[in-house]
Design a protein around this ligand. Structure first.
Ligand code: ZL4
Ligand code: CA
Ligand code: ZN
Length: 375
């Protein structure tokens, strides 16, 4: 809609380090930081950079990283270097594998994407912005003392810990196709952070995120898992997303929201198997924005580069409440977007393996759990 609360402008701060696109996980590795630079180039040519505060973030310091990670793990990351990594015991201890290789300037990469998320949290703490964006962040699998699933430092956990310095309750929502296990685990026993992950469940990485895993101790019912099947489309996704998030906002009433916008839930992703359109994905941003609570948007997965850049550019426009032309402006990377050169892409005719009955059962269970927090 163009009227009402949605039309009210939000102050948006966007965090970007021009060096981030140069990091390289290695030949054949699906995670490509170059997609952040592609997104930035689109934002620039669409004129969106002029509509927000563009901030070059600081590198995260050891002290920042150690707020969640162990000293020995941070010391390992700091010294890790592809030439000197020779001890297989050390590599195994910190889960350095094909998924999480040691690559050139790995530690600086971690400092870069984490510094942006921590600075984004400080920007919200100071009320300098209503919405903050870091497309290089959202690395939700990293654990306290080990790397996992292309993630080394958990910038999300560190950003939420920073937000908790000024906010009583923080809501975390994760629309990456993978389960947000590292963030869930970090806050599994607290009632100050509610985590909500939508993900493919069943023979899929990382294997956690069962419907019935919902927190422990004081954190009971403060972890929400929405397990989904292949081929989910916009309509089925929002049949769950909207009522669940509406109930979460009602019962949890957060002071800040962090949304991990992993773009591997889009149709046609190299690693994903969902069938969401860019509009359907961005509808999650639009919906959370409509509650008018301080909001942090982070990146995450996304392995078909052209669709990742399309998605995060469009979501930036949604944050700014501006319309963008479907036809892309000419720029350095225009060739990636052929043959159509549109920001929106067609979904596929793949089968949606989520039946109405399975969606209704999931919704009923989750709304019932959430109603236990109502007082
Ligand atoms: C690759 O081609 O399911 C890594 C990873 C590297 C290049 C050369 C090595 C070839 C696909 C994936 C061998 C690769 C073997 N290279 C990878 C159980 C697995 C063990 C490792 O979006 N093999 C592990 C992790 C997932 C597994 C997904 C999502 C992150 C996020 C947030 C992380 N790991 C099987 C895979 C390749 C590779 C090709 C790969 N890894 C696909 N899925 C995984 O949630 C950022
Ligand atoms: Ca998820
Ligand atoms: Zn993912």
């Amino acid at each position: 809609s163009t009227s009402g609360a949605d039309a009210v402008k939000r102050r948006v701060s966007y965090f970007y380090d021009p060096d981030v696109g140069n990091y390289y996980y290695g030949l054949g590795h699906p995670m490509k930081p170059h997609r952040i630079r592609m997104t930035h180039a689109l934002l620039e040519k669409y004129g969106l950079l002029d509509r927000m505060k563009v901030i070059h973030p600081q590198l995260a310091r050891d002290r920042d990283l150690c707020a969640f990670h162990t000293d020995e793990y941070v010391a390992f990351l700091q010294s890790a270097n592809p030439e000197t990594l020779t001890n297989p015991c050390v590599a195994r201890r910190f889960n350095i594998t094909d998924d999480c290789p040691v690559f050139y300037r790995l530690f600086e990469f971690c400092q870069t994407y984490t510094g942006a998320s921590v600075d984004a949290a400080k920007e919200l703490n100071r009320s300098n912005a209503d919405i903050v964006i870091n497309w290089s962040g959202g690395l939700h699998h990293a654990k306290r003392s080990e790397a996992s699933g292309f993630c080394y430092v958990n910038d999300i956990v560190l950003a939420i810990l920073k937000l908790l310095e000024n906010h009583d309750r923080v809501l975390y929502v994760d629309i990456d196709i993978h389960h947000g296990d590292g963030v869930e685990e970090a806050f599994f026993t607290t009632d100050r952070v509610m985590t909500v992950s939508f993900h493919k469940f069943g023979e899929y990485f990382p294997g956690t995120g069962h419907l019935l895993d919902n927190g422990y101790g004081k954190g009971k019912y403060y972890a929400v898992n929405v397990p989904l099947n292949d081929g989910i489309d916009d309509e089925s996704y929002h049949y769950l997303f909207k009522p669940i998030i509406a109930k979460v906002m009602e019962v949890f009433n957060p002071d800040a929201v962090v949304l991990q916008c992993g773009a591997d839930s889009l149709s046609g992703d190299r690693l994903g198997c969902f069938n969401l359109s860019v509009k359907g994905h961005a509808e999650c941003v639009r919906y959370l924005r409509s509650f008018n609570v301080p909001l942090m948007l982070l990146g995450g997965g996304g392995y078909t580069l052209r669709n990742v850049a399309r998605c995060w550019c469009y979501e930036t426009a949604v944050a700014l409440h501006v319309e963008v032309n479907d036809k892309m402006p000419d720029h350095e990377y225009l060739g990636y977007y052929g043959p159509d050169y549109n920001i929106h892409v067609a979904t596929s005719n793949m089968e949606n393996k989520n039946s109405r009955k399975s969606l209704d059962d999931i919704k009923a269970k989750i709304l019932d759990n959430l109603s236990k927090l109502q007082h």
